[in-house]
Design a protein around this ligand. Structure first.
Ligand SMILES: [Zn+2]
Length: 94
């Protein structure tokens, strides 16, 4: 169950654990019962797998400054042909 942050105008920030279906619902301050507004912050990335975190970082870097390439990354040619039929090799290529 995710934790959502709210800010009470009198007492400051507090957190509420609730189901995602109730994420848009208003909250009341547990100390003074005033209505509180939701506070949006960065997602908690502490528990992420390092591989996933590197992939997210690479995605963010790529979104801001994409790398210019001259060919498709990875293998340039397939090691094994898709078909062993020799007629397929004579088909026109793009
Ligand atoms: Zn309060």
């Amino acid at each position: 169950m995710p934790t959502y942050a709210f800010r009470c105008p009198r007492c400051g920030e507090f957190e509420v654990r609730r189901p995602m279906a109730e994420s848009a619902c208003d909250a009341t301050c547990p100390d003074c019962a005033l209505p509180a507004t939701r506070v949006f912050g960065a997602p908690a990335l502490r528990g992420l797998d390092p591989t996933v975190r590197r992939a997210l970082d690479a995605g963010a870097r790529s979104a801001e400054s994409p790398q210019v390439v001259t060919s498709v990354p990875g293998r340039s040619r397939r090691a094994t042909p898709l078909s062993t039929d020799p007629r397929h090799a004579r088909l026109p290529r793009p």
